[in-house]
Unconditional design. Sequence first.
Length: 53
Amino acid sequence: MRGALYLAEPTGPRPYDARTLQLADPRIPWLLGGQLLVELLDYTAVDLDDPMA
């Protein structure tokens, strides 16, 4: 996920940096997401005109 990373401050969240984090990163709750980045690993082509596809 790409977005603005915030830091916890005594006065509240403070914008820190633009970052790309993996969804398993523990800082994800502090990321204001702007773009979800994904990688297509596999696909199946289908004929949309074929009702049995």
